[in-house]
Design a protein around this ligand. Structure first.
Ligand code: GSH
Length: 202
């Protein structure tokens, strides 16, 4: 297998942390987005959306979408499980991971795309949409603070893929003008926990 990676990207980081939590190493190829390496015909043949990460399987299949890649890795390497062990646990992790994607990963990514100078000239930017997305992400963080008063991690008292999605979105926010509001103490406690895991900088 081969992982096409973007070192600074939020989504490739989700997969790298997932692999590190499993103790699995896959050879990686770094793609330089600034040089347009994700827009070449060869890359678009792997993922027509021009986005990373992409996992190339040994039979030549290309998988994109971070969660599809993580699910594939979970099938190959079930322990430690990060998607839950029982039907109920798996459903709860799925519920929370989906919430984290729709309510945090997507708006955090949108505020970066639409408000940052990095994307100026690379894509159409709609500042009002960026501001709306930033407010959406902040609302989600405030909600998570309430949830995290009740348990250690996002989905349960055990670390899961939902934490990985959330921590990578929070890190992107911290680096792009959405710091964690100081008043959110439960979220700060959770951030301290997840960001001090040995895999956090994978
Ligand atoms: N839904 C995809 C999103 C992938 C994505 O947006 N990746 C970003 C890096 S974090 C990217 O490759 N962007 C390229 C671009 O904006 O041109 C996933 O979950 O993997």
């Amino acid at each position: 297998m081969k992982l096409y990676n973007l070192k600074a990207g939020m989504n490739p980081r989700r997969v790298r942390i997932f692999l590190a939590e499993k103790g699995v190493q896959i050879p990686a190829v770094d793609i330089d987005m600034a040089k347009g390496e994700n827009a070449t015909p060869e890359f678009l043949n792997m993922n027509p959306l021009g986005k990373l990460p992409v996992l190339e399987l040994d039979d030549g299949t290309f998988l994109s979408e971070s969660i599809a890649i993580c699910r594939y890795i979970e099938e190959l390497y079930p322990d430690p499980n990060l998607f839950g062990a029982t039907p109920t646990e798996r459903a709860i992790v799925e519920m929370w991971n989906r919430r984290m994607e729709l309510e945090l990963v997507v708006p955090m990514s949108a505020q970066f795309t639409h408000l940052s100078s990095f994307y100026a000239g690379r894509t159409e930017q709609v500042a009002a949409y960026g501001a709306y997305a930033r407010a959406h992400a902040l609302r989600t963080l405030t909600w998570l603070d309430v949830e995290l008063a009740q348990r250690t991690y996002i989905a349960s008292d055990r670390y899961s893929v939902a934490d990985i999605s959330a921590q990578c979105a929070v890190l992107l926010g911290k680096n792009t003008g959405v710091p964690l509001p100081q008043s959110l103490e439960n979220l700060a406690r959770w951030w301290g926990d997840v960001s001090s895991r040995p895999t956090a900088r994978a």
